[in-house]
Unconditional design. Structure first.
Length: 98
């Protein structure tokens, strides 16, 4: 039962991180008008927009997904080790090998 809750929470977390990242990655980026010659930076239109924002958000999303998947794998392996340790303890208490 705990496993199902953890997997459900993990999927919800991935969806909460992934949905905004996917929406930002698909948003069209406005193209600045082509200009001839030198134009000072302070006179360029639309410089407050960060064109790499969708890529940065996607990178953070991938990093968080990797961390969550890693933690999930550690959690599963720890459960296996605990089950094996319980089995060994039970065998030792019973006094023999089986």
């Amino acid at each position: 039962m705990t496993s199902f809750r953890f997997v459900r929470a993990l999927l919800i977390a991935i969806l909460l991180v992934g949905a905004p990242v996917a929406a930002m990655a698909q948003a069209p980026q406005p193209q600045p008008p082509q200009q001839e010659g030198f134009v000072p930076v302070d006179q360029l239109p639309g410089q407050e927009a960060l064109p790499a924002a969708p890529l940065v958000a996607a990178a953070y999303g991938v990093a968080w997904a990797a961390v969550l998947i890693y933690l999930f794998s550690i959690w599963k392996r720890l459960g296996t080790v605990e089950r094996e340790l319980t089995e060994v303890t039970r065998r030792l208490e019973s006094g023999g090998r089986r």
